[in-house]
Design a protein around this ligand. Structure first.
Ligand SMILES: Cc1cc2nc3c(=O)[nH]c(=O)nc-3n(C[C@H](O)[C@H](O)[C@H](O)COP(=O)(O)O)c2cc1C
Length: 333
């Protein structure tokens, strides 16, 4: 599968998730296989243009993550074009536009999902960006703003005409936020209607669901919360689609994932200015992942509570080791 000139090794991708899909997490998921594309957390176009350090950090990636898409948000065509040029200059393979974020802080600035309410303007943002860069420009949208404005099929066509190289649709409206279920019939209808590749997004928490969605007609699937719960989900979906039986993940492997995540985070953002708060930042990142990663695990709520009460990196590592290594060894005895 290709997005413009970019060849993807697999049609499955990690969905962009603010606060969650940092470079360390993306690298670890990618190392387990089956992942054809990673997308950064959303990055402010204004922040990129002004060169704000914190914004630039959200856009950081490593070579092993390629192909990499940097997702930006904003509503001004000229600024989005300038931000796209910065993203291209940073060496990204793809620049993605966030037209799905329902959070008022973003939406009130005519960015995120509120762009869907002004389709002609949204298309002009994409046209300005495609004129400004030679890497593919893609769009991630929702089904629409609310039940009265489910205009993803119209907007999808408009951004295709404006030069978008692929789109992703999360089959919920902004008003739904994360309630209800994603409308995959709508996503499949859009995929049918467009020439460019269409990714679907929403509610895939088992690898079988990813494969099922592919069979319904989309070219690719973006998986968000399912990857946070099970970072092996894309690799398992790739196994299924190739006719292999996925290998079960052992408790030790799950434990190792969290310990390796800590190790990678410890090396990130560790400049002198933040030395005092760095451990706290790593602990908070683990708490955020822990709230998803522990879902569906035997005794998962126990682990979640223990991670949330760990107050040092040493305690955090010991908590994880005790849960995944010692407890398992005891039951095996
Ligand atoms: C914590 C969280 C953060 C998210 N951040 C973003 C984001 O920065 N950009 C974006 O386009 N979508 C974002 N999303 C939406 C996801 O990319 C995805 O479309 C949505 O969660 C539905 O897919 P899922 O059911 O597989 O999670 C976020 C979702 C979650 C749960």
């Amino acid at each position: 599968m290709r997005i413009g000139s970019v060849q993807l090794p697999s049609p499955f991708a990690i969905a962009p998730m603010a606060g969650m899909t940092d470079t360390a997490f993306r690298r670890l998921v990618k190392r387990h296989g089956g992942c054809g594309l990673v997308v950064t957390e959303m990055v402010s176009s204004e922040g990129l243009i002004r060169g704000i350090d914190r914004t630039l950090e959200y856009a950081e990636y490593t070579e092993e993550e390629r192909p990499i898409s940097i997702q930006i948000f904003g509503g001004d065509p000229d600024k989005m074009a300038a931000a796209a040029q910065i993203v291209e200059g940073m060496g990204a393979d793809i620049v993605d536009v966030n037209m799905g974020c329902p959070v008022p802080k973003i939406a009130k600035h005519n960015a995120g999902c509120s762009l869907m309410r002004e389709p002609a303007h949204a298309a002009s943002v994409i046209a300005a960006m495609t004129r400004a860069v030679s890497i593919p420009v893609t769009v991630k949208m929702r089904a629409g703003w609310n039940d009265d404005e489910r205009n993803a099929p119209t907007l999808a066509k408009m951004v295709e005409d404006a030069g978008a190289a692929a789109i992703a649709v999360h089959g919920r409206t902004a008003a739904q936020s994360y309630t209800g279920t994603a409308d995959w019939d709508l996503v499949a209808a859009i995929a049918n209607d467009l020439t460019i590749p269409v990714f679907g997004s929403g509610d895939c928490i088992e690898p079988e669901q990813i494969v099922g969605r592919m069979q319904a007609g989309v070219e690719g699937v973006l998986v968000g919360r399912g990857v946070l719960r099970n970072p092996w989900i894309l690799s398992h979906a790739a196994d299924l689609i190739d006719g292999r039986t996925p290998r079960p993940v052992t408790p030790e492997e799950r434990g190792r994932f969290l310990l390796e995540y800590i190790d990678l985070l410890v090396l990130e953002r560790s400049d002198d200015a933040r030395a005092l708060t760095h451990d706290k930042w790593v602990i908070n990142k683990l708490r955020a992942l822990g709230s998803w990663f522990t879902k569906g695990l035997d005794n998962g709520s126990h682990l979640r509570t223990a991670i949330n009460s760990a107050s040092s990196l040493l305690e955090l590592r010991e908590t994880i080791s005790a849960f995944f290594f010692c407890a398992h060894a005891e039951t095996a005895r």
